[in-house]
Design a binder for this molecule. Structure first.
Ligand code: RNT
Ligand code: ZN
Length: 416
């Protein structure tokens, strides 16, 4: 049976349940995923590749072939995107500036990212951005923008201000708003006495960052919370309450990272609340394993629940979906392909539900039917629809991509 014939059979089965598979495919096609460049080089970047990764995050593994230059990284991402259905975005960090100049984080300008913009323009990709508030001598104390040292604080304020200009430039050049995510590792290893002062300093410093005029037509600010990091186990300044409260009160977007909550807490249940109070939401889809380990995203219950939370209530339009994981123990290109394909799969799966019927059944209080249908749907022929979508988009069907990645590893990655 061809992929098309299998799709036709699946389509008939879904139709009996009241699901239009063609419409589901059309819907998922329109959703861009912001693919994080930092999976390609273990979050080292090109500005200070010799400075160890800090900020309480860690890449583990030493699989050969990481990208060492912007050119290598772009080549790897180009390759990965050939295996991912749909049109997506690329998420950059400040340390990925592509320049021969020795430039400080505070002095970064749009021109240091011109090659990235040219590359994105040629491919019709959107770009997103992040100031890099870690892996730098000015972050050595464990505090950046909330430091009690005004020199340190000012340094990071300036870097974030410069970053907003770069993000604005991305949006303006590419005709699609750039989402800039602010994340700070600031925190204490041990129990602090004063939990308020650092938060007050972070709040006022952020206000300074936002005081620089940037055109909202091209740029969106987001703030990411976190529960703890390595070396900041007892206290994190930018906690959930801090960041959500800040985002809400300043009218910016809040960023939910799947690995930034207690191990049994899930972000899928937070989406609907956050979007009642904020205009927009940014997601860092990741996979925590016992801690914020940033494993490659798999098609697990939580990923499905995240996609359902967005699709079932149409919150997808106000949500920017970004990925955030970094696994250095496997082929890094494969890591992008696996994680991004999984995000797309979860979204497609969420569109393959008779949403209105299920909602009606729920409101009527028929929880038996709700449970029965949701469970039966799990073994509907989703794979046939996914395969057809991949074929339609001209990307490899099922695991056919793996042979290409292995070849790329042999020809390109292993030569580095
Ligand atoms: C860290 C945050 C943050 C980073 C990236 C590299 O815990 O999740 O988003 O992973 O900015
Ligand atoms: Zn994150």
């Amino acid at each position: 049976m061809t992929t098309y014939e299998r799709y036709q059979a699946a389509k008939a089965i879904y139709r009996e349940m009241g699901v239009d598979t063609d419409a589901a495919i059309e819907a998922v096609k329109k959703i861009p995923i912001s693919i994080h460049c930092w999976q390609g080089d273990d979050v080292l970047g090109f500005l200070t590749p010799d400075v160890a990764l800090s900020g309480g995050i860690q890449t583990t593994g030493n699989y050969p072939g990481r990208a060492r230059t912007a050119e290598e990284l772009r080549r790897d991402m180009d390759f990965a995107m050939k295996m991912i259905p749909g049109k997506h975005r690329v998420n950059l960090h400040a340390i990925y500036a592509d320049t021969d100049e020795k430039v400080e984080l505070t002095d970064l300008e749009p021109r240091h990212f011109a090659t990235w913009v040219d590359w994105a323009k040629e491919r019709g990709l959107g770009l997103d951005f992040n100031p890099t508030c870690f892996s730098h001598p000015m972050a050595a104390s464990g505090f950046t923008i909330s430091s009690p040292d005004k020199t340190v604080r000012d340094f990071w304020v300036k870097h974030c201000q410069a970053s907003r200009k770069i993000s604005e430039y991305f949006g303006k050049s590419l005709g699609t708003k750039s989402v800039m995510n602010l994340w700070f590792p600031d925190g204490y290893k041990d129990i602090p006495v004063d939990r308020e002062a650092p938060r007050y300093r972070m709040m006022t410093a952020l206000d300074e960052v936002l005081s620089v005029p940037v055109d909202p037509k091209y740029h969106i600010d987001a703030l990411e919370s976190k529960v703890f990091g390595i070396g900041a186990e007892s206290y994190t300044v930018g906690s959930h309450e801090f960041s959500y409260g800040y985002a809400m009160s300043r009218g910016i977007a809040y960023c939910l990272d799947a690995g930034h909550f207690h191990p049994t807490e899930v972000i899928s249940d937070k989406i609907s609340s956050v979007l009642l109070y904020t205009k927009e939401l940014l997601l860092h889809v990741s996979r925590p394993v016992r801690w914020d380990s940033d494993h490659v995203v798999i098609l697990d219950d939580e990923l499905n629940a995240i996609a359902q939370a967005l699709v079932r209530t149409n919150l997808v339009e106000r949500t920017h979906i970004g990925l955030d994981y970094f696994d250095a123990s496997i082929n890094r290109v494969a890591a992008w392909v696996i994680g991004t394909r999984n995000m797309c799969k979860a979204l497609l799966k969420a569109y393959l539900e008779p949403t209105e019927t299920l909602k009606k059944i729920e409101v009527e209080g028929d929880y038996t039917t709700r449970l029965a249908l949701v469970e039966e749907l799990k073994s509907y022929p989703f794979g046939a629809v996914w395969d057809y979508y991949c074929e339609q988009m001209g990307v490899p069907v099922r695991d056919a991509w793996l042979a290409d990645v292995k070849q790329y590893e042999k020809d390109v990655l292993s030569q580095r």
